[in-house]
Design a protein around this ligand. Structure first.
Ligand SMILES: Cc1ncc(COP(=O)(O)O)c(C=O)c1O
Length: 390
């Protein structure tokens, strides 16, 4: 019913303002030269090149028609929509949680870190990690990375290291589904992590923004559903699921009274566009998410198969959640600069290098929520350039 194969111009079309397809800013920083070629394929940013669900577009158009875009606030419909999504999607009743609006997940995490810790405190993350630096170091705390064990692309938690880090930390930012590995943590892992964190009074800030993008044979559960709400702040939003990152609209939920008290006086004004989009997304756009997941299931399978067949030294796994491929090129034996040249300059594909996530540029992260033809072209080019060098 929805056409995820349509190639939509985000580079030159009026009203796009896409940062991913711009020739400056973050794209240029990732690409690393003065000028980005016109025919590059941008896969470095975690947004999608798919048009959002029709009901969301319509709801935003309604707001546009109104003509007054003054101060606005989330209403009952907004909160009901979030409640219903949790109930229908995850079988979790959050009617007795407090829901707080936020302008993006980074903002929500920064707010949480600032409330549960003091300047100089350690805040844990699992490495490799999506970059939470500005939410942690940016406000005077110290990011404490706990390296996950990597067995040929299969990541697992080193619980001995995890516990050691808990002893000296105030909070743990958990990313589940995990960016960049695409792993969905098992119930057993979640229970262990929560048990250790609770023992050492470490608050868990659970970033679950990728929780709706899941392979059909996998299952994502909110952390609070598995371990209960004590000591947990859950961040979620419409940004990733519905490709609405430009609206910067997210929220976080808390049940525990003690944590809620830390938010006394918290205020975040929402734009009318965000409010309308959230209601239309959660109330009317579930079928769009279902079809998106079906499309990504097929696309991911084909791309990973292509990589296994044509880039025999690259290590990659199908992600259980997210639309992210985390590829280890180290077996090729290229230097970091050579690898960068091959992928970025020769193949003209923009990815994000591993040092954004840990310390190893032999890993590259590709966000592949684009029409299959575009993504296959990108990996076709990379394979050809790699194989030319062998
Ligand atoms: C795991 C994760 N958390 C947070 C963010 C940023 O979210 P936001 O744009 O809502 O601040 C991203 C964006 O890629 C992400 O992947």
């Amino acid at each position: 019913m929805y056409n995820f194969d349509e190639i939509i111009d985000r580079q030159n079309s009026k009203g796009s303002y896409s940062s991913k397809w711009a020739k400056e800013g973050f794209a240029l920083a990732c690409f690393g030269e003065d000028e980005i070629p016109n025919d590059r394929i941008a896969l470095h940013v975690a947004d999608m090149d798919f048009r959002c669900a029709p009901a969301i577009k319509k709801a935003i158009e309604e707001v546009t028609k109104h003509g007054i875009y003054g101060y606005s606030m989330p209403n009952k419909d907004y909160y009901d929509a979030i409640n219903n999504w949790y109930l229908n999607r995850y079988g979790l009743d959050i009617s007795d949680y407090k829901i707080y609006h936020s302008h993006g997940t980074h903002k929500a995490i920064e707010e949480a870190v600032s409330r549960v810790s003091n300047v100089g405190d350690n805040i844990m993350v699992l490495l490799p990690s999506y970059s939470y630096h500005r939410d942690i170091d940016g406000i005077g705390r110290k990011l404490l990375g706990v390296k996950m064990l990597n067995n040929n692309g299969n990541y697992s938690i080193d619980f001995i290291e995890f516990e050691e880090a808990c002893k000296v930390s105030k909070a743990f930012v958990l990313c589940n589904p995990h960016n960049p590995s695409g792993k969905i943590f098992s119930d057993e892992d979640l229970i262990k992590m929560a048990y250790i964190c609770r023992f050492y009074h470490v608050v868990i800030i659970s970033d679950e923004v990728h929780g709706d993008i899941v392979r059909s044979d996998k299952c994502f559960k909110p952390l609070v559903k598995v371990v209960g709400p004590r000591g947990i702040i859950t961040c979620n939003g419409i940004n990733k699921t519905f490709n609405l990152a430009g609206l910067a609209s997210t929220y976080f939920i808390i049940k525990e009274e003690k944590l809620n008290k830390l938010y006394d006086g918290y205020f975040s004004s929402a734009s009318p566009f965000e409010i309308a989009a959230t209601i239309a997304a959660y109330n009317e756009s579930a079928s769009w998410v279902d079809e998106l997941n079906q499309y990504l299931d097929i696309e991911i399978k084909e791309v990973v198969e292509f990589i296994h067949t044509n880039m025999d030294k690259a290590i990659v796994k199908e992600p259980e959640g997210t639309y992210i491929l985390w590829i280890d090129f180290s077996k090729y034996g290229f230097s970091d600069d050579e690898l960068h040249n091959i992928i970025y300059k020769e193949a003209r594909v923009i990815a994000q290098s591993g040092s954004h996530f840990d310390d190893n540029d032999q890993f590259q992260r590709f966000c592949i929520a684009s029409p299959k033809k575009v993504v296959m072209e990108a990996f076709g080019r990379i394979a050809a350039c790699l194989n030319n060098r062998k």
